[in-house]
Design a protein around this ligand. Sequence first.
Ligand SMILES: *Cc1c(COP(=O)(O)O)cnc(C)c1O
Length: 221
Amino acid sequence: MLEERIKEVFEIVKDGNNLGEDITVVGASKTMSAEVINSAISCGLKVVAENRVQEFREKSELISPTASQHFIGHLQTNKVKYLVGKVDLIHSVDSLHLAQEIDRVALNKGVKQDVLIEINVGGELSKSGFSLDNALENIEKINLEYKNLCIKGLMAMMPKSDDEKLLTSLFTKMRALYDECNNKGYNFTYLSMGMSNDYKLAIKCGSNMIRLGRTIFGERQ
Ligand SMILES: *Cc1c(COP(=O)(O)O)cnc(C)c1O
């Protein structure tokens, strides 16, 4: 049941990651009804997230205001207007063009939008995100040019794999980039990586924000 699953997750993350940092649990609530999402919130889930703008728009007003709402999916520039100022964090800034559009809409609305920069750490053609090679220079550009965005950290989607060695190596690369950014003076607080299949490994490798769908809500229909 929902309550047991949520308790179990919070039990697993209660001591934080390998560095002792607190872990934020983000409930990836795609396909779940607002009712189910609100039950999860009443069981202690504090952050919920959608990956499609349409679904966010259908549900967001129905979600208990005690929870924070994030956006975790690929975002098209023409839909930015539906999210800016309405979500607490956009995890998926994957191009300069998207950063520019979020900045423009945020300026228009008179808000600052918190975001994460998405890194395609596995270098997969099917995934979006900045490549590891030019991540730093792009982060610097976004930080300098788009003042209505506030970069709070990094996000990565891992390749579909159960090769622990491969995943460990990619999670560790992400943590190294995150630390490098903070050493350069960025004030990053979130490293969003780890999903149902691999979150235990992710938090051993320095993740401090995990995005869980099935582990919290059960199998999707
Ligand atoms: C669905 C989703 C998740 C969670 O997936 P599970 O495997 O069900 O935990 C995490 N991140 C994103 C971007 C998603 O769309």
